[in-house]
Each structure stands twice: as structure tokens, then as C-alpha cells.
Design a protein around this ligand. Structure first.
Ligand code: ANZ
Ligand code: ZN
Length: 806
């Protein structure tokens, strides 16, 4: 009996693959293309655990399956290498981020190479490499030139004790991660990208994507498109002052009884009366300290202050008091609302808290409510609305908008929850924003032929204490000459956010070494869109939205001919251990290196799939891995025992083989990779009982080819044992013949007067007469029909015979 020695086999094939450059993707193979992409990792200091491995195994099995189906498969890998942890390490341990990042990449690469994956390492990319970020900067310049990048005063997270700006990740429960001090906001000029200009396209194009519904719903909610009206209210006694509000319920305009401005609203200062000024200013100061989340909590006690000013109702001329309150947010709609307490919960609570009037204008039955101080948010007909009474809500919205348009006091508008993208960080370890400020010429983008703006080597990474990036302290970096007039100028010192490099990396793999352009459009148009994108659901919004936005902009620039980067998306579930997500911080990681040492790569790959449906979370169980390892042993011994002496084909083997292929293919196509593994187990069990009579060549070849995506080393080894000189991945996934799937005999039930009296076996293709005759012959049945007269005989093919007697 031949022993299965996974380590020997795996070493052997790894060497052969490397030597033959087996994973080199060919541009000229003439095969149809398939692009299978992993979300590339951030090379952290802690390495990969078996939970990460699941992701990479799924994508590699899929890539190898597609290869066997005859595609030229692009399955690349790279590093999302800029980011905070490397910079924090630098501050703490004094290790340069470039050094620690390179070290982490080396370890990650070693681990990923041990997966036995078909990555084409010639296409490896690294977002922190100047040859890559040169093009990230290039895209920023293009975006700027298209008017989609601008500067705006925006609050950054600010720790008053560390005197530093903080990334969102460094703010934990509103406190500085480093020192625990309450984080405040500091207003600073920030680069912004106008992603809101693409809101409708980002929303509409979701319809064509083969993505999990959950992710589509999250993106839809994030974009948050609302249709409604913008309505203008004049301010009494303040000439020229107008409050613009956004409302999704213009039909309730006659029910507006007061107005509310966000505390930060620019009109507050202008309209507040002298008597109210002190109270209003104190309230504004308090509100600025609170986070948006705290302000939006629905059932929190409503607070606010009256400004002393009044707005004029555009249709009735009524005077509506103008308040400020923190439940109105400055960065949604217009930062001001008309309050309709009869039909909006938050307005109702506020009106109750401050004794403001409530007027019902929508009623479910056309009558005023029994309790006037109540709130109703459902549908109905308009009341208390002059000539619009009797209209339903939808007709009411249109009628109110028409009236406002006529008066020049409003119009239909759309509002989005999504904001423009804050595209600047006051950090060292990121792409420098390629902008120069000249006193004479203003804001000048760095010309394309002067890119990259290289990140200077620094000795100190500490934040400067002014809220500026550490780059601001490096005179030789900051001081430069203006590219348009040659005069003295200063560089932008902020860097791009973590998300920048990953917003277009999938476009770089088809042409990773191009130094003339970010990529050749021809190559990218050939390989993209990505056919299958595999990664965690935690990227449902930010990364996936930014990547879609960049793709659309790059399309509009004219470099690519598609508008969506990822045709199909698959989110794998997490691996848990003792019920908790596997992570270094929880101390429950299982190291793949140890598992490989014990059972080999192929067994680990198979177990990563077998552990559960790929989209669900699954509990790691090392005993399960041992079970899979024993199975591979059986598989190997059975196949190896017959590989050098196959017997002639016989029907029993053909039937098993075609059924196996049909089952397996169906499970692959529906991405049920865990049950695909069980299909092998069932097949090997069935073959074991045929083994005495020998196995034929088609069976052995089928085993080698189909196991290859899962256990590629084993697949190659078997294929070679069968006398092949070429790689098993040059073979084709086998097909099956449906004729072998029909059962030749079926068991049917025999009923007499509707009650089952016997079972019998008939040929699957039996005619009614044949089945009925056989039923009547059955001794059990004869007992029930003997001496009676048959009035009806029914045959339901393959299921039953029913005899009706009297
Ligand atoms: C009057 C009204 C009457 C409203 C009514 C609702 C119900 P969505 O659907 O989420 O877009 N709103 C507008 N801007 C706001 C802001 N900056 N902060 C807080 N609330 C704001 O919500 C739109 C509704 O939220 C708008 O319609 C407005 O209240 C409020 F029976 O106007 B509504
Ligand atoms: Zn200049």
C-alpha cells in the first residue's frame, strides 16, 4: 500500500510550478479571460491566521476551477500598504514605516505562498511604492482638473492633550486612543472629493451588479437619496434674510408651526435678537462639543433655544418662531427645517417640550383627530390646508410644490445622506497630495511629468502639534517652486486617506509595471470588469463605494470603457474559535503554519472549505481538519493503488462517475464549496466497494482533475501517476452524460382503495400496463383484491399504482 506523504508531494509540485512559471498569466493564450480578485490585505505585523486563509482558499479554488473550465485566469495579489499601524509603530518603536511594512510584506508573502495558490507574483503591487502611488497622485490631479477635488473647512478629530489630529480609528468612544482625553473638533482646510456628484449613478448602477443584496442595501442606505422640496421662508424684520429648508413632506406645509436651524447655521448670528443672544450663544457652544451620533439619538430629551426671530409662512403669511436645536444637523439637507409637530415624531417631542402649537393637516379619515396634541405619520387626506383639502399625500406634495414654484418660494429637489469624501489626513504614512500653493498662481496641481511627489524620509513621525501633518515640519519638502511661474511656493503637506490606493488597484494588475501610464487601456478593457471579487463584508460601504466612484471617474476621463469594476461579489463568512471572531487581540488564533506542518497544505485547503457554507461564519475545529486529512489519505491510497493498472471500463463505474461529476459541478456552480468536498467523500465511499474489481482510467482521471482545484498538489501527483507529462491544469473539467443520471429501476407504492398495501420495484421506464400487472401479481396485494371487482386502475409513473375495488 502506498502511503500519502503530503509534505513530499507538496514540496515537489511547488518547485515544479516555480520552475515552469506555471502561474504566469498569458496575454496571448487565446482563451477567454476570467478575473478572480481577492481583496488585497493590509500587511499587519501579526501575520495571517486560518481565518484569513479561508478567503484566499476560496478564491484560489475558484480560480483553479475556472482554469480547468478553459479560461485564462488572472488571480493576482498585492499589498494595501499605507496606513496608521505602521506609522504608530514608527512613533512607538522608532522603526521606519517603510521598513516595518517591507518586513510584514515578506512574512505575508511567505504565508500566502504556502497556500499553494496560483498567484502570478510577477504582478504583485504595493500601494506604498512610488512606482504605484505616482499613479494614485496622477488620478488625484485628473480629479482636480475635472473640478471634483476642492478645499473646504472641515472639522477634524483633535486631541487637546496630545495636540494632534486623530484618524477616526483612533477615536474610541469619543476619547483619544492614546491618552483617554475627550476628543474635540478642530476646523481645518481639508481636501474633499465630490463623490456626491456621482450619487445617482452610484445608486442606479447597483441594479446591474451580481452582489449580495445586503451589500446593495447598505450602499443604498449610505447614499440615502430622498425626494422632496426645498422651501424658502422670509425672515420677518430682517430684510434679505431667508431660511431654506429641505422637506420630504411638502404636503404638510400648512402644518408648519415653527422653524428650527442647526446651531451651526450661518443665519443664527444674523437673526438672533439682542434679548436672546446670550442664551443662544451658550447653546451653540454646548452643541459644538457633541458628536453627530449623540445628537441624533431619537428618544433623547429635546433641547433648544428661541432666537427671537420669526419666519413668514410662504402660503399663509403666518409668523413662525425660529428656534435652534441640536436635533437638526448642519450637514444634511440645508441645515434648517420647517417643523410639523403633528406629523413628525421629533418635531412633536420638541413641541411638547416647549409648548409650541400643533396643527394637523393630514388625516386618515378626513376628520381632525380626537386628541389635538398628538402625532400621526401615516397616509391620509389633507385637512386645514385651504384649497388643497381632500387631496391625498402624494397629490398634496405636487400641489404644494406647484404653488411654491409659482411664488418663487420653492421647488422639487433631491437630497442625499452621503457627503463628499474628506480626502486628507494629517499623517505621514500616505500618498502626499500633489498640490502646490503659489502666492501668485494660487492652487496648482503638480504637473504629471513631475510625479511622483515622493514621501520624504523623516526622522520624526510625531504629529506637529498644530494639527498639521508631520510633513509640514520638513522645510525641504514644504518649500518648492511654482510649476507655472517658477516663483517660491509651498507644498500641500496632508496625505491621502487609507482608502486612496485601494480605489483603483484592480486596474493596475493587468499592467502592473507600466511606467508611462497607470495602465494600458487596451489591457484593462480586456481583463475588466473583475468577474469575481472575494472579500469580507466589512468593506460593504467605504472601499466598495470609493472603488466604484474612481472607476466611474476614470471612465469619464476616457481611459476605460466600463463603468462598474466588480461584476460579482462574494463575501465569505468569518472563522470563529470558541464562539468569538478569530483575532490576535482575542488570543484565539490558530496558526496555519502549524496546521500545515501537521497535515499538509492540501488538507488545510480542503478543511477551510469543508468547515461550512462559505458565506456563513464557521467554528474552527482542529479535529475536523484531522478528519479531512484522513479522507485525503484514503483518497490517495485508493487512487494510487489503481493508477498503474487500470481495468477496462464497466457500466457500474460509468454510472458512479457521471453522477459524481453532475453532483460536483452543480455544487460548484452554486458556490456550495463545502458540500462539494462532501461529494468527494461520497464518491470515494462508493468506489471503495468497486475497488476489488478494479478502477478504470476514466474514473482515475476524473479523480485527478476534479480534486485539483481543492488539493492542487495531490491532483498534479495523481495526474502524473496516470502517465501525463503536462500539468493537470491543462486538462479540462469533465462533463457528464445525462443518460447515466436516470435510475433504471424505481420503487413504487401499491395502494388498494387509497391505502398503501405493498411496495415493489419496476423498471423506471415501465408502461402503465406493465406496472399495474406487476402490482396485481404481488401476494400482499392479492389478499386485498381477491374476490372483489376492480373498478379503476391508476398508475402515477415512478410513484404508485392505485387499485380501486368494490
Ligand atoms: C417637514 C416634515 C414633515 C418632515 C413631516 C418630515 C415629516 P429623510 O427622509 O431622512 O431625508 N430634516 C431635513 N433636514 C434635516 C436636518 N438637517 N436635520 C434633521 N432633520 C432634517 O428626512 C427628511 C426630513 O427630515 C425632512 O422632511 C425634514 O423634516 C427633516 F411630517 O420636513 B421634514
Ligand atoms: Zn506661481
Amino acid at each position: 500500500v502506498m502511503e500519502y506523504r503530503p509534505h513530499e508531494i507538496e514540496q515537489k509540485w511547488k518547485k515544479r510550478w516555480d520552475k515552469a512559471s506555471s502561474h504566469h498569466v498569458r496575454e496571448d493564450s487565446g482563451k477567454p479571460k476570467y478575473y478572480c480578485l481577492d481583496m488585497f490585505p493590509y500587511p499587519s505585523g501579526s501575520g495571517l491566521h486560518v481565518g484569513h486563509w479561508r478567503n484566499y482558499t476560496i478564491s484560489d479554488v475558484w480560480s483553479r476551477y475556472k482554469t480547468l473550465q478553459g479560461y485564462e485566469v488572472l488571480h493576482p495579489m498585492g499589498w494595501d500598504a499605507f496606513g496608521l499601524p505602521a506609522e504608530n509603530d514608527a512613533i512607538k518603536k522608532g522603526i521606519h514605516p517603510a521598513v516595518s511594512t517591507a518586513r510584514n510584506i515578506e512574512n505575508f508573502k511567505r504565508q500566502l505562498e504556502s497556500i499553494g495558490a496560483m498567484y502570478d507574483w510577477d504582478r504583485e503591487i504595493n500601494t506604498s511604492d512610488p512606482s504605484y502611488y505616482k499613479w494614485t497622485q496622477y488620478f488625484f490631479v485628473q480629479i482636480f482638473k475635472r473640478g471634483l477635488a476642492y478645499r473646504k473647512k472641515m472639522p477634524i478629530n483633535w486631541c487637546p492633550s496630545c495636540k494632534t489630529g486623530l484618524a477616526n480609528e483612533e477615536v474610541v468612544d469619543g476619547k483619544c486612543e492614546r491618552c483617554g482625553t475627550e476628543v474635540t473638533k478642530k476646523e481645518m482646510d481639508q481636501w474633499m472629493l465630490k463623490i456626491t456628484a456621482y450619487a445617482d449613478r452610484l445608486l442606479d448602477d447597483l441594479a446591474d451588479l451580481d452582489w449580495p443584496d445586503k451589500v446593495k442595501r447598505m450602499q443604498t442606505a449610505w447614499i440615502g437619496r430622498s425626494e422632496g422640496a426645498s422651501i424658502l421662508f422670509d425672515v420677518a424684520d430682517v430684510p434679505g434674510a431667508q431660511v431654506e429648508v429641505f422637506s420630504t413632506r411638502p404636503d404638510t406645509l400648512y402644518g408648519a408651526t415653527y422653524m428650527v436651524l442647526a446651531p451651526e447655521h450661518p443665519l443664527v448670528e444674523q437673526i438672533t435678537t439682542d434679548e436672546r443672544r446670550e442664551a443662544v450663544e451658550a447653546y451653540v457652544r454646548e452643541a459644538l462639543k457633541k458628536s453627530a451620533v449623540a445628537r441624533q439619538i431619537v428618544d433623547k430629551t429635546k433641547t433648544g433655544e428661541f432666537t427671537g426671530a420669526y419666519a413668514l409662512h410662504p402660503l399663509t403669511g403666518a409668523k413662525l418662531p425660529i428656534w435652534i436645536a441640536d436635533y437638526v444637523l448642519m450637514d444634511y439637507g440645508t441645515g434648517a427645517i420647517m417643523a410639523v409637530p403633528a406629523h413628525d415624531e421629533r418635531d412633536f417631542e420638541f413641541a411638547e417640550a416647549f409648548g409650541l402649537p400643533i396643527v394637523h393637516v393630514v388625516s386618515p379619515d378626513g376628520q381632525p383627530p380626537a386628541e389635538p396634541r398628538s402625532v400621526y405619520t401615516g397616509p391620509g387626506t389633507l385637512i386645514n390646508s385651504e384649497d388643497l383639502n381632500g387631496l391625498d399625500v402624494e397629490a398634496g406634495k405636487k400641489a404644494v410644490i406647484a404653488k411654491l414654484e409659482q411664488l418663487g418660494h420653492g421647488k422639487a429637489t433631491v437630497s442625499y445622506r452621503m457627503r463628499d469624501w474628506v480626502f486628507a489626513r494629517q499623517r505621514y504614512w500616505g500618498e502626499p497630495i500633489p498640490i502646490i500653493y503659489c502666492e501668485r498662481c494660487g492652487t496648482v496641481p503638480v504637473p504629471e511629468d513631475q510625479l511622483p511627489v515622493t514621501l520624504p524620509d523623516v526622522e520624526r513621525y510625531e504629529p506637529t502639534g498644530t494639527g498639521e501633518s508631520p510633513l509640514a515640519a520638513i522645510e525641504s519638502f514644504v518649500n518648492t517652486t511654482c510649476p507655472s511661474c517658477g516663483g517660491p511656493a509651498r507644498r500641500e503637506t496632508d496625505t491621502m486617506p487609507q482608502w486612496a490606493g485601494s480605489s483603483w488597484y484592480f486596474l493596475r494588475y493587468p499592467d502592473p509595471n507600466n511606467d508611462e501610464a497607470p495602465f494600458s487601456p487596451e489591457k484593462v478593457n480586456k481583463w475588466l470588469p473583475v468577474d469575481m471579487y472575494i472579500g469580507g463584508v466589512e468593506h460593504a460601504v467605504l472601499h466598495l463605494l470609493y472603488a466604484r466612484f474612481f472607476t466611474k471617474v476614470i471612465h469619464d476621463i476616457g481611459l476605460i470603457d466600463f463603468v462598474e469594476p466588480f461584476k460579482q461579489l462574494f463575501n465569505q463568512g468569518m472563522i470563529t474559535q470558541n464562539g468569538a471572531k478569530m483575532s490576535k487581540s482575542k488570543g484565539n488564533v490558530v496558526n496555519p503554519d502549524d496546521m500545515i506542518a501537521a497535515h499538509g497544505v492540501d488538507a488545510l485547503r480542503m478543511y477551510e472549505l469543508f468547515v461550512g457554507p462559505p458565506e456563513d461564519d464557521a467554528e474552527w475545529n482542529t479535529n475536523g481538519l484531522e478528519g479531512v486529512s484522513r479522507f485525503l489519505n484514503r483518497f490517495y491510497r485508493l487512487a494510487a493503488a489503481h493508477a498503474n493498472r487500470p481495468v477496462p471500463t464497466r457500466p457500474a463505474l460509468e454510472k458512479l462517475r457521471h453522477r459524481f461529476i453532475a453532483n460536483l459541478s452543480e455544487r460548484m456552480e452554486s458556490f456550495r464549496l463545502n458540500t462539494a468536498v462532501s461529494t468527494f467523500m461520497e464518491y470515494i465511499n462508493a468506489l471503495a466497494s468497486e475497488a476489488e474489481a478494479g478502477l478504470d482510467r476514466p474514473t482515475l482521471e476524473t479523480l485527478a482533475v476534479t480534486i485539483a482545484p481543492f488539493a492542487p498538489h495531490l491532483g498534479e501527483e495523481l495526474w502524473e501517476m496516470l502517465g501525463h507529462q503536462t500539468s493537470v491544469f491543462e486538462a479540462r473539467w469533465p462533463s457528464y452524460d445525462a443518460q447515466w443520471l436516470v435510475d433504471d429501476e424505481v420503487e413504487i407504492a401499491v395502494q388498494v382503495n387509497g391505502r398503501v398495501r405493498a411496495h415493489l420495484t419496476v423498471p423506471a421506464k415501465a408502461e402503465a400496463a406493465e406496472a399495474i400487472a406487476a402490482a396485481k401479481q404481488h401476494p400482499e396485494v392479492q389478499e386485498w383484491i381477491g374476490g372483489k371487482s376492480l373498478v379503476k386502475e391508476i398508475y402515477v409513473p415512478g410513484r404508485l399504482v392505485n387499485l380501486v375495488v368494490r
